[in-house]
Ligand binder design. Structure first.
Ligand code: ZN
Ligand code: ZN
Length: 162
């Protein structure tokens, strides 16, 4: 089950949607799709990342997806759509987070900002009075692209899919 919600800038009402959760993903990212390709092709999006993951599957031992059931209270524990923030331009995006473990290491998809090409970071909401702020990494805060304000509130948009 996947879900999403709408947020808007507390000041100027600039709004956007965030997707979270797994959708069909309880079957795992290595599952073969009807088109004959593994599920993760749909999520990573770039030929370079697909090649990196294929390389891991070919050369590493005990390759597995780290895949505990999705828990909305621990959004960073397993696979699922997550909010990402660009540390450079502070653009928000929803990307599919997952982690592959293998003997001697692990792999997380290195997603990049569509606008400035910097590596983007998983982000989360932090309560701030009646509103919230969005933070990634160590104190990288979202700022409204329209007005520069840094607080958001939920609007009434709820997204569900399965
Ligand atoms: Zn704003
Ligand atoms: Zn950016």
């Amino acid at each position: 089950m996947g879900e999403g919600y709408g947020l808007e800038c507390e000041r100027c009402k600039h709004s956007f949607e965030i997707h979270e959760g797994g959708g069909f993903l309880d079957y795992g990212i290595f599952r073969t799709e009807p088109n004959g390709k593994p599920k993760f092709h749909e999520y990573v999006g770039t030929a370079k990342m697909i090649a990196e993951i294929n390389d891991i599957m070919r050369t590493k031992e005990n390759v597995a997806e780290y895949h505990p059931p999705y828990d909305p209270n621990k959004k960073f524990s397993g696979s699922g759509w997550k909010m990402y923030l660009c540390p450079e331009c502070r653009r928000l995006d929803s990307r599919y987070y997952f982690r592959i473990t293998f003997t001697g290491g692990e792999y997380e998809p290195p997603y990049h900002c569509k606008k400035c090409k910097k590596k983007i970071l998983p982000a989360k909401l932090r309560k701030s009075g009646d509103a919230m702020r969005i933070v990634a990494g160590k104190g990288i805060w979202w700022k409204c692209p329209k007005c520069g304000h840094d607080k958001v509130v939920y609007n009434n948009v709820i997204i569900c899919w399965d």
